[in-house]
Design a protein around this ligand. Sequence first.
Ligand code: MN
Length: 206
Amino acid sequence: MFELPKLPYSCDALEPFIDARTMEIHYSKHHQAYVNKLNEALAKYPSWKDVGVEELLQNLDKIPAEIKTAVRNNAGGHFSHSFFWKIIGPVSAAASAGERGPKGKLLEDINETFGSYKNFKDEFGKQAGSLFGSGWVWFYADKNDGKLKIGQTPGHDNPVMVGHKPLLVLDVWEHAYYLKYQNRRPEYIENWWNVVNWDFVESLYD
Ligand code: MN
């Protein structure tokens, strides 16, 4: 059975950029619902219950037709949210004086690929702002050429489904920001950079 992973910080730890009430509902209601629905879908097919979430997402073509869409949506929701909680975190006193940003090899490769960190952020923000409806924006390493890329996915689809290595992600479903930001998605995107856990992103890249 899949379980809701423990949040590595408290719900109010991302204030004021992401508010406690949004975190509470997002984590304990939305994410929990994806876990529950995934378990419900797999209940009738016990042979798939011990398969990891990434493996489920990479083998959708073998999943029984009756539960395929439920598995795609809910395993996707479970994976993407679990990843999202890890790439954000509390703002340290040092970082709060100014946005932290990437360092080391990751920064070098971002500069080489996108021209500068600012260009990278602008491109990521542009894709997050222009995503129509509900979905996610990803920064990932392409499995084919190893290049760093930015891309959108609809619903709860994600780069893992096709074997890419995600490094960073932003949830742009309205449930991720509506309580605090309402229709002001660009403000949510801009504030979210303050809670990116670059140490974790760099460790993934290494
Ligand atoms: Mn979400």
